[in-house]
Design a protein around this ligand. Structure first.
Ligand SMILES: Nc1ncnc2c1ncn2[C@@H]1O[C@H](COP(=O)(O)OP(=O)(O)OP(=O)(O)O)[C@@H](O)[C@H]1O
Ligand SMILES: [Mg+2]
Length: 260
């Protein structure tokens, strides 16, 4: 991987648990993510993926254990991180450009325009978000996240609502920007094929615990049609679909999709 503007952050979770009321959602999680690494998190609905992202973003605090960034505890909002969600969450009364510039001085205007060009929205800078397609809105959200030059990009199913072709275009875009900028990336996805296409490592969370952690050594850029990629995705999917028992109760199989 090449890095021109940053090394990305080093993340380390040591025995991190998170409970809401009396219910423990993450259980003594250990995870070490190297600077600039691209890690995908997969797992069934409700297993704790978004909770982990929120902890890393500093939006929640661990109930137990320690969560470090560059060997310092994450304390309060993580200013190195930017997060993208399934919805673009653009302000409808601001133009695309003004959404990207939100909270920034006007001196950043040229940087914002350049980023919008990079994500393919050069012609749409003065449009209202309502006039963009879903994929274009996510491109604008990506530009808005990257204009802050984050060392950590958190992606919570940002492509979940897009069609297969737009998704593939977004894969290329995200991978290219990650290679160029060198940030650490943490992608939550229900799509195992997407995880294997983009990530250096795929981590499976099962009922709040890490059940699988696999390094993906395929060369980049990866092709959806590559049999080696499909074989890895299939293996992870099989593991994901194994019936699991929590407190003696079989869990419902839900929330897992793949484009394989
Ligand atoms: N603020 C909260 N208060 C109470 N419970 C919460 C809160 N946030 C999350 N939870 C619970 O924690 C569990 C894990 O939620 P989380 O959103 O992390 O799951 P997820 O793996 O992201 O699921 P999905 O794939 O459906 O997005 C769920 O049972 C959820 O209800
Ligand atoms: Mg979630």
């Amino acid at each position: 991987m090449t890095s021109s503007s940053s090394q990305g952050v080093h993340l380390r979770a040591q025995a991190v648990s998170k409970s809401f009321d009396q219910r423990e959602v993450l259980h003594a999680l250990n995870l070490d993510i190297a600077p600039g690494e691209f890690v995908a998190i997969v797992g069934r609905s409700g297993c704790g993926k978004s909770t982990l992202l929120r902890l890393v973003a500093g939006l929640e605090q661990p109930s137990q254990g320690q969560l470090d960034q560059d060997l310092q505890p994450i304390d309060g909002l993580n200013t190195q991180a930017r997060i993208m969600f399934q919805e673009a969450r653009l302000l409808p009364w601001r133009t695309v450009l003004d959404n990207v510039l939100l909270g920034l001085p006007s001196s950043q205007h040229a940087v914002a325009v350049q980023l919008l060009e990079q994500v393919g929205l050069a012609e749409r800078t003065q449009d209202w978000p309502a006039h963009l397609s879903g994929g274009q809105r996510q491109r604008a959200a990506l530009a808005r996240a990257l204009v802050h030059q984050p060392q950590l990009l958190l992606l919570d199913e940002p492509l979940g609502a897009l069609d297969a072709l737009t998704r593939m275009e977004m894969h290329h875009l995200i991978e290219g920007l990650w290679q160029q900028r060198g940030f650490t990336a943490l992608l939550v996805t229900h799509d195992v094929q997407e995880a294997v296409t983009l990530a250096d490592r795929v981590v499976l969370i099962e009922a709040g615990r890490i059940a699988w952690d696999e390094r993906i050594n395929l060369p980049r850029p990866r092709s959806h049609g590559d049999p080696a990629l499909s074989a890895i995705a299939q293996r992870i999917l099989q593991r994901l679909l194994q019936p699991q028992k929590i407190h003696g109760v079989a869990q419902v199989r839900e929330g897992i999709v793949t484009t394989a």
